[in-house]
Ligand binder design. Structure first.
Ligand code: CO
Length: 437
């Protein structure tokens, strides 16, 4: 076993976090143990200097912050995302096959690689809405056993199976749940897991997840693999850095948003007002005027942290010829001329200086010019609250597979860099000029 403590912790966190709801609940639990006070958006906030707080929205996005004193220079933010591509269980999911099989109807969530979902034990997790005496409350559910499987079609029944396969979710990716007798048992199973009676189960947000446990592997245990490294590796490593932040003149803000994989355009996504609302309320609760709030925003810095593509050992020419990130080579700064990534000369320079402070190596990623590539939450968040922002990530392979691979050293690198970001303060010395204090 590796002595790499942070990666063992990360794997435990990943195992306990099969959905964005679980990830946020686990982050809230860690923050609670460290003395953070939960806030609710629907109540008035009383914030005191020296206080530590967190607030969630929809149970699937979370923002945490620490108040250094009544006066502060700006906000030092790191944002990542809580969701990963998966399959959502549809309403009325049970599908009969000749009275002898029961399957569960699902639809895709985000842009997943389909092939690795076949032939491995799966289960369901998420949240349910429950009838109470006064109205509704939500509960987390995780059926913590091997429950479902999507069997491949045998090679004998599809001789072209290895010649470039295309997948139709409605046809190919419907998981097998039980024999014919399993019909009409799914709601009962979920109600039992939620410890409620079936009549009180009002609605569900349930997703499939792979039961394959994460592992640390390689000749020198230099790699780790698990589901949901994109983007819980960033969420977890930046949380470690946040909890080690040292007093700065700015307010450190730890952010994890849901729904990045479907474009962020939800009430709790990075395109929502969640971050803007919280920053505004912090300033208001500390007695700042509107102008003082705008001054604080101008002296703020945001890191959008979402995993990046490493050079693939078998497809090395898929990566740009001069910007080639490798696993364990350090934090990847992502660039895009069309600003799919927010990084510019100034924000990259600032991030490099902060990494230098912690002796953390950086690498660069730019898409090949003949490839479209993906996008992330930085530029989307900037349409709500515009900040100096850099896009970064940890290098990984097999992005959007239910079993992704990353480098063990890189987790620690991000925890260190995050500590530097959260402990720093930026003094604006003109348009484009910044001083780190
Ligand atoms: Co991502």
């Amino acid at each position: 076993m590796s002595s790499n403590k942070i990666n063992e912790e990360l794997l435990k966190f990943l195992e306990k976090s099969p959905t964005s709801f679980h990830a946020v609940a686990n982050i809230a639990e860690i923050l609670g143990k460290k003395g953070f006070t939960p806030l609710t958006e629907s109540r008035k906030w009383e914030l005191v200097p020296g206080g530590k707080y967190y607030v969630t929205r929809n149970g699937s996005s979370i923002l945490a912050f620490m108040i250094p004193g009544k006066d502060f220079q700006g906000f030092q933010i790191i944002a990542s995302h809580s969701d990963s591509p998966s399959f959502k269980v549809k309403e009325n999911p049970e599908m009969d096959r000749e009275g002898l099989y029961t399957r569960l109807n699902v639809e895709g969530y985000g842009g997943m690689l389909c092939a690795p979902w076949f032939d491995r034990p799966l289960s369901v997790a998420g949240r349910v809405a429950v009838r109470t005496e006064k109205g509704v409350e939500t509960r987390l559910v995780n059926v913590d056993r091997d429950l479902l499987l999507i069997p491949s079609l045998a090679i004998h029944m599809n001789r072209k199976a290895n010649d470039g396969q295309s997948y139709n979710v409605q046809q190919d990716l419907i998981p097998l749940y039980g024999d014919g007798k399993a019909k009409n048992s799914f709601r009962k199973l979920i109600a039992k897991e939620a410890k409620i009676s079936e009549k009180d189960l009002l609605s569900m947000d349930l997703f499939l997840y792979s039961r394959t446990k994460g592992t640390i592997w390689g000749a020198k245990e230099e790699f780790l693999s698990s589901g949901r490294l994109d983007d819980l590796q960033c969420a977890y490593a930046s949380l470690k850095g946040f909890l080690k932040a040292e007093n700065s003149k700015s307010i450190p803000v730890y952010a994890v948003f849901d729904n990045e994989e479907v474009g962020s355009g939800t009430k709790q996504g990075a395109a929502s007002t969640f971050l803007k609302d919280v920053l505004h309320r912090i300033a208001g609760a500390l007695g700042k005027s509107e102008e003082e709030y705008q001054v604080a925003l101008a002296g703020s810095f945001m890191v959008s942290a979402d995993n990046a593509h490493a050079v693939h050992p078998n497809y090395a020419d898929k990566t740009d010829p001069t910007n080639r990130p490798f696993l364990n080579g350090g934090i990847v700064i992502k660039y895009s001329a069309n600003q799919k990534y927010t990084t510019d000369a100034v924000s990259a320079a600032l991030f490099k200086l902060l990494c230098e402070r912690e002796k953390v190596p950086c690498q660069t990623f730019v898409n090949r010019s003949d490839m479209a590539g993906g996008s992330t939450l930085g530029n989307i968040s900037n349409t709500q609250v515009a900040l100096n922002t850099v896009d970064i990530g940890l290098p990984q392979l097999a992005m959007h597979s239910p079993y992704e691979t990353a480098g063990t050293k890189d987790t620690e690198y991000l925890a260190k860099a995050a500590k530097a970001v959260f402990s720093a303060s930026v003094l604006v010395s003109g348009d484009g000029g910044l001083e780190l204090v």
